[in-house]
Each structure stands twice: as structure tokens, then as C-alpha cells.
Write a protein that binds this ligand. Structure first.
Ligand SMILES: [Zn+2]
Ligand SMILES: [Zn+2]
Length: 302
């Protein structure tokens, strides 16, 4: 991992017209069995690696923002969940922007209107989730960000938010990126995703309470991955009192990584109670050389 350059506070607010190529790609909905060369970029950026609630205390090294990750290719900017880390995402007008939700617990959606770029972005922003169809998705987001919960109804104001079915998104990405999903073990449901391009495969597996019955399907799902992101919110000891809360452990991540045909697994969704010092200490006890802890504002380049 390497550090991202500092987020420019002054964003380029110059607007430009619709990118016709991007629009054509969406309109065409091309399905191709062959993944085209994606050029020279595939980067995963970590904008929010904390679970449940933002934690500013003793987290300056690993970060305190809640779930938000960004997958960048030459053509697409795919944002995975919009926790408070979403405030640091720079929306790229040169690419098609997609927000893909794993599920709708508040730590995965709460940052959506706190990215100032969302309000100035003139191009469409596509929102989808494998968990629900576009109508349910729109209703969930609109309910959370309106009425008694939020001062403005962002779904009504932001016409550029385009609620899309997962199946439509999958078709539209198909020529550049093979997208798949897997059902995870989490109260209320949650979807994990894999992204496969000519540069490599990346899996996003949070939130998930890993149990032995998932082993075969998860091993198959992650096979050949360059990088897997894993929910390791708790330790095994902490999990004794938190069974059924929907999160996995650091120890299970290490065991799984050793069994899986993958190059690297990064544990994320850190407990808000976990300090930098504790994560440093836990780093020394990791039992797989493939495993490390996610650090906010870092990135992995494929
Ligand atoms: Zn979560
Ligand atoms: Zn959750």
C-alpha cells in the first residue's frame, strides 16, 4: 500500500457537458464474454475503514471514517458504500461514476450528501445494490435523507442520482469489468462483490460474520484474487459476546487467507473501540503473511 496524495480542498468546479462516450456505453448495455484491456489503471482506494460509527479518537494512523472504498479503472469510478469516508472521494468527470452498496446499515450510507462534489457534479451518478432493486434502493436512500432525518430531500434535489438495478449495472460494466456478487452472513442481508478486469481480481467482503459453512463458496468466489477486503471487526475473544452481530474476526481472516488462492487480504471495518496502538499490537500477531490492516487514505495499485 502507498499513501494517497493529500485530498485537494479546492476541487475543480468547472463543469463540462455530458460525455457522449460514457452515455453511449450506458445506452448500449453491451454484454461481452471477453474483458477488454482496461489500459494501465486499476486502483483500490481506502477512504473509510472504520465500522459502525466514525471514531476520531486515537485513530490518526489507521483512520476513523466509516466504510467507503473506491475502485478506479480507465473508464469507471466505482464507489463501494458511502460511509463518512465518502467525503474524501473526488468525483471524476472523465469517468462514469457508480455507487454500489453492500447493504444499508447507517455506517455504509451516512456520508452520501457530505461529498460536496455530489452537488456540483453534472454527469449522472449511478446507484445500485445487489441486495435490492432500484425502487427499493431509491426509497431507502430517500427515507434516510429527508423528513425528520435530514434537512433536505437529496433524492428530489439531485437529479443526477440515477437508481439502477444491479443486473443493468452488471451488463453495462461487462465489456470492461466482470462483476459478480455473493450473499454474506449479516443481519438484514449484505452482498459481497468481485470485480475482474484484465489487470486482476478484487473482492469486497463486508459486512460478514464468517462461519464454516461459507468456506467452500467463499473460496470459490475469491479464487485468483489479487486483493480481498475482509470484515475483521472483532477478535475471537470479542466475538464470544457478539455472536449474531454480523462481523468476523481477525483470526478467521488469517485462517481463510491461508486456505484461499489469493495474493493479499486486507482486514477492515475496524471496531470503533480499536485504537492505533491496539491495531499495531495486533499486527504482530497476524498468522498469515498475506494479511494486513486497512489504513485510511491508502491505496493498492494492481
Ligand atoms: Zn458496517
Ligand atoms: Zn452492517
Amino acid at each position: 500500500m502507498k499513501s494517497l496524495s493529500p485530498t485537494p480542498l479546492a476541487k475543480d468546479l468547472s463543469l463540462r457537458g455530458q460525455d457522449l462516450d460514457k452515455q453511449r456505453l450506458y445506452n448500449k448495455g453491451v454484454v461481452s464474454p471477453n474483458i477488454e484491456r482496461v489500459g494501465n489503471s486499476l486502483i483500490v482506494k481506502m477512504h473509510g475503514v472504520r465500522g459502525s460509527i466514525p471514531q476520531p479518537k486515537n485513530t490518526s494512523k489507521y483512520g476513523g471514517n466509516t466504510s467507503c472504498y473506491e475502485l478506479v479503472t480507465d473508464d469507471f469510478q466505482i464507489i463501494l458504500d458511502t460511509g463518512t469516508g465518502f467525503q474524501d472521494v473526488i468525483l471524476d468527470r472523465q469517468k462514469t461514476t457508480i455507487i454500489l452498496y453492500s447493504h444499508f446499515h447507517h455506517d455504509h450510507i451516512q456520508g452520501l450528501p457530505f461529498n460536496l462534489g455530489v452537488f456540483s457534479h453534472q454527469e449522472d451518478i449511478y446507484l445500485a445494490s445487489g441486495l435490492v432493486n432500484r425502487h427499493v434502493l431509491k426509497n431507502l436512500i430517500q427515507t434516510y435523507f429527508s423528513g425528520g432525518y435530514f434537512p433536505v430531500d437529496i433524492v428530489t434535489i439531485l437529479k443526477q442520482l440515477k437508481f439502477t438495478n444491479y443486473s443493468t449495472l452488471k451488463r453495462k460494466l461487462a465489456s470492461k469489468c466482470k462483476l459478480n456478487m455473493i450473499e454474506l452472513n449479516h443481519p438484514g442481508g449484505c452482498m459481497g462483490y468481485s470485480f475482474e478486469t484484465s489487470k486482476g481480481k478484487f473482492c469486497y467482503l463486508l459486512d460478514n460474520e464468517y462461519v464454516a459453512t461459507q468456506l467452500d463458496s467463499l473460496l470459490k468466489f475469491v479464487k485468483g484474487s489479487r486483493l480481498v477486503l475482509w470484515d475483521g471487526m472483532f477478535t475471537e475473544k470479542e466475538l464470544e459476546l457478539r455472536e449474531g452481530w454480523g462481523h468476523s474476526s481477525i483470526e478467521r481472516a488469517c485462517i481463510f487467507a491461508e486456505q484461499a488462492d489469493i495474493r493479499e487480504l486486507i482486514i477492515t471495518h475496524h471496531s470503533p473501540a480499536r485504537t492505533d496502538d491496539e491495531l499495531d499490537q495486533l499486527s504482530k500477531s497476524l498468522t498469515s503473511s498475506k494479511v494486513s490492516f486497512a489504513v485510511q487514505s491508502s491505496e493498492v495499485e494492481f
